[in-house]
Design a binder for this molecule. Structure first.
Ligand code: C2E
Ligand code: CA
Ligand code: CA
Ligand code: CA
Length: 278
């Protein structure tokens, strides 16, 4: 169904075409899933390429559905974004990582834990207060909670997103630009937003050791980020060859299957303690 959005622009609602009863059932299924403990936060390590030190982790949502099995995030997050339910999911993920963060710190792992934000989150003018209240409740310093934001999430209403992000930045939360290179107007946002980190999308990283074009893009992106004073993370580091190329290029951090797949929180704790002896 083509509908007129609040901006007057025609918006195409894909999900609603498949029948609103199906939409409602997925929505109630998701609401039920939170209460039933079917949603899990997995953590994937971010490693400093120079020192080999574990410095952080990204929180990635997993849904262990009783009949559908493991539902990948791309099968429910776009839907959660369309319905607005993502705002509940985001706060749930934040609560989970704020609960885990002090446990990790107590074991000597003072890590920067990152959560992915969506457009809907950035449209919520109360998000900074909601996050501030949670940081206080869990006694976690703002520097320990990183926010990963895609350029497309800012696009909807850049002014509003920027005002939300400016407040979060002022509160001391580090911001990271996610999927860098896959959106548009990348450079304009880099200049305007108070970001600390830039993540190179895995589509540029995965074949870095074999594709000359990818190598050039990654090299220039690292140089650009450093010129702007930002830390660079490469995601999708799948093998030693890619790891070594990135190290040679001066990339700061690596994240990918070569180091570890995303792990359930309890397994992550054990993994962090064993690193780098594995
Ligand atoms: P993303 O933010 O770009 O996250 C990185 C994705 O790359 C994750 O997929 C991760 O498992 C995968 N990955 C990491 N290392 C490798 C590697 O070496 N090789 C390959 N092939 N893949 C690797 P995942 O967990 O399936 O998540 C997909 C996307 O779903 C995420 O992309 C993010 O956009 C979204 N997502 C996941 N969890 C959340 C969440 O809690 N909130 C929001 N808003 N979005 C989320
Ligand atoms: Ca991310
Ligand atoms: Ca990505
Ligand atoms: Ca993404």
């Amino acid at each position: 169904a083509a509908k007129r959005g609040s901006s007057g622009v025609m918006v195409y609602h894909e999900q609603l075409d498949s029948g609103s009863s199906q939409t409602l059932s997925l929505l109630s299924d998701l609401q039920r899933a939170i209460g039933a403990g079917e949603l899990r936060v997995f953590l994937q390590p971010k490693i400093a390429l120079g020192s080999g030190e574990l410095v952080g982790a990204e929180a990635l949502l997993r849904w262990q559905h009783p009949t559908r099995g493991m539902v990948p995030p791309l099968d429910f997050i776009p839907f959660a974004e369309q319905t607005g339910f993502i705002r509940h999911l985001t706060l749930w993920v934040i609560d989970e990582i704020l609960r885990i963060s002090p446990q990790l710190a107590a074991q000597g792992h003072a890590l920067s834990l990152a959560v992915n934000l969506s457009t809907r989150d950035l449209m919520d003018l109360e998000l900074p207060d909601k996050i501030g209240e949670r940081l206080a409740r869990f006694a976690v310093p703002p520097e320990a909670l990183k926010l990963e934001i895609t350029e497309s999430a800012i696009m909807d209403d850049p002014q509003r997103a920027e005002s939300v992000l400016a407040r979060l930045h002022a509160m001391g939360l580090p911001l990271s630009i996610d999927d860098f290179g896959t959106g548009y107007s990348s450079l304009a946002y880099l200049k305007r937003l108070p970001v600390k980190e830039l993540k190179i999308d895995r589509s540029f990283v995965m074949h870095l050791d074999r594709e000359d074009g990818d190598h050039k893009i990654v090299r220039s992106t690292i140089d650009l980020a450093h010129t702007l004073g930002l830390e660079v993370v490469a995601e999708g580091v799948e093998n030693l060859a890619i790891w070594q190329v990135l190290r040679g290029l001066g990339c700061d951090l690596a994240q990918g299957y070569f180091v570890s797949r995303p792990l359930p929180a309890d397994q992550f704790e054990a993994w962090a303690t064993a690193w780098p002896q594995q």
